[in-house]
Design a protein around this ligand. Structure first.
Ligand SMILES: NC(=[NH2+])NCCC[C@H](N)C(=O)O
Length: 411
């Protein structure tokens, strides 16, 4: 029987996916807070929600079961009862900077007075100071910036469900995220995996959990085949975490034998590998030409396990050749974002033109605003399903970032 998480490729027919419909969190902040929250603008929420519904409908129309993060968290908490709710809240408040003390207690009381759904939605949206009828008198609050409007910051990046966890084979990594703005997000996934009846006690492997040192995010984790994973060495994923997950996958006999580490520029426009490189068919990939040096060169390393159980690392430069080698293919079609025009490539990459979600081999979901790249994909024989994108793209993520595949058919 297929496990509730089963992903052995980036392109196998998508059966089940997890999304998060943008909520109050995507507009509950000021322009001043944007850089810290990793946003470049404040989306117009009603339109962002319409666009997101269009994305979800496109997936459903193509036979995908869509699960929603908030709902899964609520169901998991309700399955665990009052004790789990308190435990979860304790962890959330501790990671929000209130391990104990007056604010901890006031927030706990406030949030526990709500239904589970209200509580979860509220934590995601953020808690402003003026919501509570309470003036903290302790040292922590005295030392805090008085004008700062929030006790709990909003989590606007939650609609990028790809990042806090990544499905790999019959399991997942629950990620230690890089920036404080996103670190609490993976707590939701932990609760779901441990307590939701659909996922708990189903023999799923947590290859690496959120307590491990070294940062890694799902946008950098690409399952190329049932034996090969590509991982970006990026702003968000450290080389140490890559070695660590490689070791765990090899040791735990996951079936994965090779980890292909690919170094990409470390900057906000290209924060993850999937913003510049995605797999869309057995032998086709999108790639942002801006990451390749002369002759298509880019630093990459194949990590394997040697006979003594030690990691073995080989350096390579030719992306096409290395992909052919690890996938055992005679040829590879690397499709340039923007059709290779450097100006269009940069513009469309900024709006996630390379960030495609394959829902079957050769069938991809993309943002409609990247019309040049979409046309190029069609010319290369792909079926392109365009979704609305004016507001969603302001969070710097596209269809791949906005989806966490849970089950794909094997190739
Ligand atoms: N898988 C991705 N490319 N995710 C995009 C995440 C965008 C988000 N604003 C961040 O900076 O974290």
């Amino acid at each position: 029987m297929t496990k509730p998480i089963h992903v052995t490729s980036e392109i196998g027919k998508l059966d089940v996916v997890m999304l998060k419909r943008p909520g109050a969190e995507v507009e509950n902040f000021t322009p001043e807070m944007m850089p810290r929250l990793l946003f470049d603008d404040i989306p117009y929420l009603p339109i962002a929600q319409k666009e997101h519904d269009n994305f979800a409908d496109t997936l459903r129309d193509n036979g995908v079961e869509v699960l929603y993060l908030e709902k899964l968290v609520v169901e998991a908490l309700d399955a665990g009862g009052a004790e789990l709710k308190t435990h979860f809240l304790d962890k959330m408040l501790t990671e929000s900077g209130y391990a104990a003390g007056m604010i901890h207690h006031a927030l706990e009381e406030y949030l526990l007075s709500m239904t589970t759904t209200e509580m979860v939605v509220k934590i995601m949206a953020g808690v402003r100071k003026n919501e509570l009828d309470f003036v903290p008198q302790d040292l922590v609050s005295a030392a805090e910036e008085q004008d700062y409007p929030f006790f709990l910051d909003p989590m606007p990046n939650l609609y990028f469900t790809r990042d806090p966890a990544a499905s790999i084979g019959d399991g997942l990594s629950i990620n230690h995220m890089t920036f404080p703005a996103r670190q609490r997000e993976s707590l939701f996934m932990e609760i779901i995996i441990d307590h939701h009846p659909r996922f708990a006690d189903q023999g799923l492997h947590v290859w690496r959990d959120r307590d491990q040192p070294g940062r890694i995010e799902g946008g950098d984790e690409l399952v190329l085949s049932d034996t090969v994973i590509a991982i970006g060495v990026s702003e968000r994923t450290s080389a140490g975490a890559i070695e660590d997950i490689a070791r765990r996958l090899f040791e735990k006999k996951s079936g994965f034998e090779k980890v292909l580490a690919i170094r990409i520029p470390h900057n906000h426009a290209m924060m993850h590998l999937d913003t510049v490189f995605t797999m869309i068919n057995h032998d086709q990939f999108t790639v942002h030409p801006g990451i390749l040096g002369e002759g298509g060169q880019i630093d990459s390393w194949i990590v394997t396990e040697d006979r003594d159980g030690e990691l073995h690392v080989d350096h390579h430069l030719d992306l096409k050749q290395v992909l052919k080698d690890v996938l055992g293919l005679d040829d590879i079609d690397l499709i340039p974002t923007g059709g290779g025009d450097p100006l269009i490539a940069d513009r469309e990459q900024w709006n996630d033109g390379s960030n495609t979600l394959a829902i079957a081999p050769g069938v991809v979901v993309t943002y409609n605003r990247n019309y040049v790249s979409n046309q190029v994909l069609r010319e290369h024989g792909l079926k392109v399903l365009e979704v609305l994108s004016s507001e969603l793209s302001r969070g710097r993520g596209g269809p791949r970032c906005m989806s966490m595949p849970l089950v794909r058919e094997d190739l």
